[in-house]
Design a protein around this ligand. Structure first.
Ligand code: PEP
Length: 252
């Protein structure tokens, strides 16, 4: 089902004490005024997931991981498996974030394996994709996005998309203060929905949730969320302050 979702990606921010404080703040803020049915997710670092699961137990807040390894287990020093996440009570994982692609060399082929491992273990996936500034300048952004989605996701059966949330994140808008205009976001989201309609049918296209990410703030969230194909946001910087994150959630 197409859902309204606001997810906060905390990246490598907040130690345990700070994470607990932020969760406390978000819980207080979201108690009132959230439109019914909106899903709220936070993605702290691996080391703070266990505490986050415990602290959010009696709230609407869902906890996601920012990454995971594609293998079941084994000699992969420093890595975390899908089973470890599930066992902690974490049911969602973000995959394909542009920082993972850029700094850790994650390719579409690797992401296809990660998506399979996540879904196979019962995790829901927030799958990120988006073009670089040079792709947009050279007007290749649609082609780039199409390729990312085809290579990482289009091997899946139609039914898998019940457990996938898409997040369009133009790389030039992440952490830069520069936001895609609501029209640019809508244009890409509509394009992606059309791709899914062609590949998997209109029912899949009409039910998949597509989030926008890239410098969403309380000041611009409402306008972006008002676009018909934008189902919510993946929020970086503004998710680190309870009041800002709550204001964004309330803009949906
Ligand atoms: C992100 O990293 O997913 C993101 C959208 O970051 P920011 O909101 O800071 O641009």
């Amino acid at each position: 089902m197409r859902q309204k979702i606001v997810a906060g990606n905390w990246k490598m921010n907040k130690n345990l004490d700070e994470a607990k404080e932020l969760i406390k703040g978000i819980k207080k803020e979201v108690k009132a005024g959230i439109e019914k049915g909106t899903r709220v997710m936070i993605a702290p670092s691996f080391v703070n997931l266990q505490s986050a699961v415990k602290k959010t137990q009696k709230s609407i807040i869902e906890v996601a991981a920012q990454n995971m390894h594609q293998s079941k287990n084994g000699a992969f020093t420093g890595e975390v498996s899908a089973d470890m996440l599930i066992n902690l009570g974490v049911n969602i994982v973000i995959l394909g974030h542009s920082e993972r692609r850029e700094y850790f060399g994650e390719t579409d082929a690797l992401l296809a394996q990660k998506v399979d491992a996540a879904l196979g273990n019962g995790l829901e996936v927030v799958f990120c994709f988006g073009e670089l500034l040079e792709d947009r300048k050279s007007e290749n952004h649609f082609k780039v996005v199409e390729n990312q989605l085809k290579k990482a996701l289009f091997h899946l059966q139609k039914g898998s998309f019940a457990n996938i949330i898409l997040a369009y994140e133009p790389v030039w808008a992440i952490g830069t203060g520069e936001t895609a205009s609501p029209e640019q976001a809508q244009e890409m989201h509509a394009f992606v929905r059309e791709l899914f309609a062609k590949e998997y049918g209109k029912d899949t296209a009409d039910t998949i949730s597509i989030l926008y990410g890239g410098s969403v703030k309380p000041a611009n969230a409402k306008e972006i969320f008002s676009k018909p194909d934008v189902d919510g946001g993946l929020i970086g910087g503004a998710a680190l302050k309870a009041e800002d994150f709550a204001a964004i959630i309330k803009s949906i």
